[in-house]
Ligand binder design. Sequence first.
Ligand SMILES: [Zn+2]
Length: 326
Amino acid sequence: MPQHIVFRAARAALEDYPSNLLEFEKRFATDDACRAYLAAMRWPEGFRCPRCESDHAWPRRAGGLIECAECRYKASPTAGTIFDRTRVPLTVWFHAMWLLTHQKNGASALSLQRQLGLARYETTWMVLHKLRRAMVRPGRDRLRGTVEVDETYVGGDEREVRGRETYTKALVGIAAEEQGEGIGRIRLATLPNASGRSLLAFVDASIEPGARVHTDGWEGFRGLKAKGYGHDITSVKGSGDYAHVVFPRVHRVASLLKRWLLGTHQGGVRPLHLDYYLDEFTFRFNRRTSRSRGKLFYRLVQQAVEVDPVHWTNVAAGERQRRIHN
Ligand SMILES: [Zn+2]
């Protein structure tokens, strides 16, 4: 059988993911197996040569490349993704993705380093950070319906905070869909400050126009209507209730977030990197009712091949395409 037929047959593996740890370990035991899975994710319709458009290709034995049968163009399933030129074995990346999606609270770099037996903490830290970049796709799947919006402070010393001013703490915007008495999906992002400009940018990035936004009476939220949102205001002062009663969803999310940062991550998250952690928290929270953890793993791999590569120094510096601008 010609080799390109073999490669095309591998496409059938799409929509397919391991349902338990044994299956996972059997299936992703080698870098080649991981790479084949990434190729199926990357080219769900099958590989088509970007140079000559031929769909005849075969895997090369060396380097995990795919070679066009017509013009010999060579493509790498990992080029242009977060796995681009990685020195970390793909089996390690895959294990990290499995653990991130199967452990209730994800994983800290330290716990992952132990579980995977990695020599360097820095390597584990970087793998986790790159994966977090694949967890929330900015601008997609914005929230709908009626959405509670508020801000909260994360980190630092509670006593340093007065009103809406912040010192060592990071200000985090929280948007939570009202779903009956419960919470639907959420979006989180660090905010440079609580100005109307920051808040409106956060709402714009997180919520579909036309949705109803439910806030307190803070003047920063003026302007929502002009942006095409419905705006319900409940003044916490005037209602005689505490904010956690009037806005139970955002307060529930805030307390779960803080518990996770203090518990799993021992409060060791620097404000510079906080957005990545918010993305991870959001990824897991929005899929908390998903019956299949394997599907979560599948989704993470899928998004990981869609995300642009990022250099290690940029990860360390906390650089990103910020969703919220001052
Ligand atoms: Zn070609």
